[in-house]
Design a protein around this ligand. Structure first.
Ligand SMILES: Nc1ncnc2c1ncn2[C@@H]1O[C@H](COP(=O)(O)OP(=O)(O)OP(=O)(O)O)[C@@H](O)[C@H]1O
Length: 261
């Protein structure tokens, strides 16, 4: 099969189905424990919306999962001990989209997106192939950003940049995606579109997607789980009208605000 006819096949099958288990996780900073005895078990692809007050520890959980913060407890990603994996992003099992991701040098959008294929280059010095560029174009089309392909990335608006990062993420093979507020700067149309795509990618690509968000309005109709890190004992609940309403009421109540010690 030629490279150009191969790319759709690769997109559909490159990914192994993901699993994640977090047992008795305790993590935080110096005197301040933010994550206490957290248990998560995901044995198949799933979307997980992570909500909670500012400072509840959402990004801290991602720091643990990306190997940037030490922890107590046990974490396995696709059956492998996270401690043995080192920085998960480096070995390709995990892809992370941070809250702020800045690029200050001029670079065309399409060139930035194709970098998501860096693992597939034959060598460090090798360029990207026509297949890689076809995949980049496909990813841009999926997020609705084809019109941005030839623009200079640093000149895009914040929301446009978020779409481009999502397109780049789509080209990585990682089983677990960590998205830190990926729709924060998007307008209502793109918010809905991106949450719809995340749902789709769980099923078509076999991903586990952990998505930090304050965008509760988008959640009730998405299949998946809710993890409210501001709850007294955070745990996975099915995403539905009832769980999202309960989380909203809890988060809106001043009594639930974290007491900083
Ligand atoms: N290196 C650090 N040392 C000490 N405290 C820290 C450190 N990094 C973060 N914190 C504190 O830990 C708390 C949790 O931070 P974290 O970034 O996990 O919050 P978050 O739930 O992602 O919040 P937000 O919704 O505002 O992004 C915050 O109060 C933060 O100030």
């Amino acid at each position: 099969m030629s490279a150009s006819t191969h790319h759709n096949y690769q997109l559909a099958t490159d990914n192994t189905s993901a699993t994640l288990s977090v047992d008795n996780l305790v993590a935080g900073y110096e005197q301040r424990v933010l994550l206490r005895n957290l248990f998560l078990r995901l044995t198949e692809p799933a979307f997980v919306a992570i909500v909670g007050h500012n400072g509840a520890g959402k990004t801290t959980l991602f720091r643990v999962l990306t190997g940037q913060l030490s922890y107590q407890g046990h974490i396995e990603l696709n059956g492998q001990d996270l401690r043995r994996l080192g920085t998960g992003t480096a070995n390709g099992l995990l892809a992370h989209l941070p809250q702020r991701n800045s690029v200050t040098f001029p670079i065309q959008v399409r060139e930035l997106v194709v970098m998501g294929r860096f693992r597939h280059r034959r060598s460090f010095m090798a360029g990207y192939s026509p297949t890689d560029y076809a995949l980049a174009d496909d990813a841009l089309a999926q997020v609705g950003a084809t019109h941005l392909a030839h623009r200079d990335f640093p000149q895009l608006s914040g929301g446009e940049q978020q779409l481009v990062w999502l397109a780049q993420l789509l080209l990585q093979d990682a089983a677990l995606w960590l998205l830190d507020e990926p729709t924060q700067q998007l307008d209502v149309y793109y918010r809905r579109r991106v949450f719809g795509l995340l749902e789709d990618w769980v099923h078509t690509r076999g991903k586990i997607i952990l998505c930090i968000t304050h965008d509760l309005d988008q959640l009730p109709h998405l299949p998946g789980y809710l993890l409210n890190l501001s709850a007294p004992t955070p745990h996975l609940e099915p995403l539905n009208e009832t769980s999202v309403t309960a989380a909203r009421l809890w988060l809106e109540n001043e009594a639930s605000l974290p007491v900083h010690g």
